[in-house]
Design a protein around this ligand. Structure first.
Ligand SMILES: Cc1cc2nc3c(=O)[nH]c(=O)nc-3n(C[C@H](O)[C@H](O)[C@H](O)COP(=O)(O)OP(=O)(O)OC[C@H]3O[C@@H](n4cnc5c(N)ncnc54)[C@H](O)[C@@H]3O)c2cc1C
Length: 251
């Protein structure tokens, strides 16, 4: 039986690892992570200011970088996040964010969706009547998918390669699966790209599911690298759901 997700599941897969070159030592001040030091190192290289003349802590330095709009140095720091428990409609919106992002998503052509899970639209969570209507439709679509795959395997019985035949059957049958079908996606983005995406998708105008995921990603990244993301503020909007606003727009 299918599972029904009501929250995304996030796993941070990778963060930068920085090795400072011995011949260009930076005078680091304050707490920081490798990603933040990598960006500071890159910024300081531009002016050969490794001796830190203003005696700035790394996070103060990065605050100034954002204020000045010198955001290209943030592009050196990449973070990869595995998103699960998100819908195909969320990922359809997510992959529109092009600059500085890489994506790898579960393939509905290769993977059998007979036991796929689904994501409950946030607006329906907690409303039993809406949920019941939605669930009936989703489960019926999945049942049709299962029977279509079987019929299409017959239809393509002349295809000798069984793996290829299954792919041909699944790629046609998936047409009946709903937008709510759960998917998994690995997203790698640099800190500048994440900022732009998070600004757009955590705002009150964004669709509720991607907004909820953007706030969740923001929390992970704020903990990981405050110097890049501390100017975002999460708040509860008039619709009683969380959103975030940014301090420095599009650095
Ligand atoms: C609330 C909301 C509603 C939306 N509704 C719709 C909709 O109805 N229909 C729809 O199709 N889309 C819609 N979108 C998607 C939107 O149009 C963008 O595709 C998406 O937000 C990605 O933004 P982006 O292109 O700025 O991001 P990215 O592709 O990540 O680009 C980031 C920035 O890099 C620069 N850049 C990137 N590529 C280029 C380029 N080729 N040339 C010049 N500069 C470039 C731009 O400054 C850009 O802002 C919506 C988005 C939001 C947030």
């Amino acid at each position: 039986m299918a599972n029904f997700y009501t929250e995304p599941v996030l796993t941070l897969l990778s963060r930068p690892s920085f090795t400072g070159p011995e011949h260009l030592p930076v005078e680091w001040i304050g707490e920081s992570t490798d990603g933040e030091r990598l960006a500071e190192f890159a910024g300081r290289l531009c002016y050969m200011s490794q001796h830190n003349p203003a005696k700035r802590q790394t996070r103060e330095y990065l605050e100034n970088i954002k204020k000045q709009g010198h955001g290209s140095v943030l592009e050196h720091a990449n973070y990869s996040i595995l998103l699960e428990g998100v819908s195909r409609s969320l990922t359809h919106e997510l992959v529109r964010h092009r600059a500085g992002f890489a994506y790898s998503q579960l393939s509905q052509r290769y993977v059998d969706e007979s036991e796929a899970n689904f994501v409950v639209p946030p607006a329906m969570v907690g409303d039993d009547a809406l949920m019941a209507t939605w669930r009936t439709q989703v489960e019926s679509a999945q049942a049709v998918y299962v029977s279509l795959v079987a019929e299409l395997m017959e239809h393509y019985s002349w295809v000798a390669d069984k793996v290829h035949r299954r792919k041909m059957a699944r790629e046609a049958a998936r047409a009946v699966l709903p937008n709510a079908t759960e998917t998994k996606i690995v997203v790698t983005g640099n800190a500048r790209a994440w900022r732009t995406m998070l600004e757009l998708r955590s705002s009150e105008g964004a669709e509720l599911e991607i907004r909820r995921a953007a706030v969740a990603v923001l929390r992970v990244l704020q903990q990981e690298a405050p110097g890049f993301f501390s100017d975002f503020e999460v708040y509860v909007a008039v619709d009683r759901r969380e959103a975030a606003r940014i301090g420095y727009h599009k650095v």
